[in-house]
Design a protein around this ligand. Structure first.
Ligand code: BGC
Length: 393
């Protein structure tokens, strides 16, 4: 009964259909299947992943559907530690970069699989002004602030508001970011809900409210390698981005403030473009980004949730489509991966072995008067959704 109590703690709508207690070495691993009814098609199960240096327990949730897709998400950073989907032969394989243990995630790493907040992407010189008051953030990327600061939301243990199975499986995570945490004003209550559907799509719903005017730009930082083989780069992937315009940057990857047309540039992804085709071209923006590390201005901004981008690996046949209601998407081609971080089963992640498709507002919006606003005021609800949909062709 003790075990049962511990397993259901913090979860609102579950009933326990089965429980599995295994012993690995001298470590007891409890896996609890949080299943509602026998007819559920998408399941969710919980296990312990480890403890942080501060002694906080971190749990791992496994969401699994009947089409061969399985996603592991841990409460530390809301990190997607694993995402498996079938290739064209029906074989499910790992397609996101990740580590095999919690300790490695708590060390310095480029946000593998993490939820990013309070402000995804860069803020110039780590400074912005709201209602005449200047706020200063930690400079954790040269002189600029990146991805919410050194701790951001990616190094916090999130609480679980809901974990349930059914026609889809849902994991709702909560984090309360305190007033002036990482320098941002206002107590911000954040919910991120991951939903695995039975059509091999994963929805990420972001919600937030504040008690003081603040800025918010949340995103997800998974690195995809659709080949399922992390010794291969992503350079053969064919990418589509539904964007006529780019947010060009300076040498520090801070927007210049202008938006430029992608026509006749290596940034025109309106038709499928192989990433490796021009990535080494002597193009000013590619040189500044050390490859693709840019935000595109998505088309159809008035249409709400719509197709934004896709990546296709011709060898495995895996296609990833991204849908969002956000105005921008950052394509980052793993240019700073340098063979120092360990893969799950030996070896290291080399240059460009993963790509990120981060849906978001444009970088440095708080300092750019012509960019859509990222300000959230008390009484307003921040609500945005992104879907990662997998299939084969
Ligand atoms: C940024 C890159 C950065 C990476 C890891 C990406 O979102 O655009 O410049 O290196 O995150 O921090």
């Amino acid at each position: 009964m003790n075990v049962l109590k511990r397993c259901i703690y913090g979860i609102s709508i579950v009933s326990l259909a089965s429980m599995n207690i295994q012993c690995k070495g001298d470590k007891k691993v409890e896996e609890t299947k949080l299943e509602a009814t026998a007819t559920d098609s998408v399941s969710i199960a919980k296990s312990e992943f480890g403890k942080t240096a501060k002694g906080e327990q971190v749990d791992l949730y496994t969401l699994k559907n009947q089409k061969g897709m399985e996603v592991n998400i841990m409460t530390y950073g809301g990190i997607i530690t694993s995402l498996k989907v079938p290739n064209k032969a029906g074989v499910s394989e790992e397609v996101v970069i990740g580590f095999s243990n919690l300790e490695q995630y708590t060390k310095d790493n480029p946000y593998f699989g993490a939820l990013i907040g309070r402000y995804g992407n860069r803020i110039a010189k780590g400074k912005f002004t709201l209602d005449g008051k200047e706020y200063t953030l930690a400079a954790n990327n040269g002189k600029n602030a990146l991805h919410g600061g050194p701790e951001g939301f990616h190094r916090k243990v999130w609480t679980v508001e809901e974990a349930k199975s059914g026609a889809n499986a849902t994991l709702k995570l909560k984090y309360v970011s305190k007033d002036l945490e990482e320098g941002y004003p206002g107590n911000l209550t954040v919910f991120v809900t991951y939903t695995l559907n039975n059509d091999n799509s994963l929805d990420v719903l972001y919600e937030a409210t504040t008690d003081k005017k603040t800025i918010v730009n949340l995103t997800q930082h998974s690195y995809f390698n659709l080949s399922g083989d992390f010794t291969k780069t992503i350079l053969d992937d064919e990418v589509v981005i539904d964007a006529d315009k780019l947010v060009p940057v300076d040498a520090d990857l801070i927007p210049t403030g202008k938006l430029t047309d992608v026509t006749n540039t290596p940034f025109d992804f309106r038709k499928p473009r192989v990433i490796g085709k021009d990535i080494e071209a002597k193009d000013d923006q590619l040189i500044k980004g050390k490859g693709y590390d840019h935000c595109w201005v998505l088309n159809n901004q008035d249409k709400g949730d719509r197709f934004a981008a896709s990546a296709y690996d011709p060898t495995s046949g895996r296609l990833l489509e991204v849908y969002t209601d956000q105005p921008g998407i950052q394509l980052y081609t793993g240019n700073f991966l340098d063979g120092t971080l360990p893969m799950r089963n030996g070896g290291t992640y080399a240059h460009r072995t993963g790509l990120c498709l981060e849906t978001q507002h444009y970088p440095d919006s708080p300092n750019q008067k012509d960019f859509p606003s990222t300000v959230l005021s008390p009484g307003e609800n921040y609500k945005t959704k992104t879907t990662f949909k997998f299939s084969v062709k």
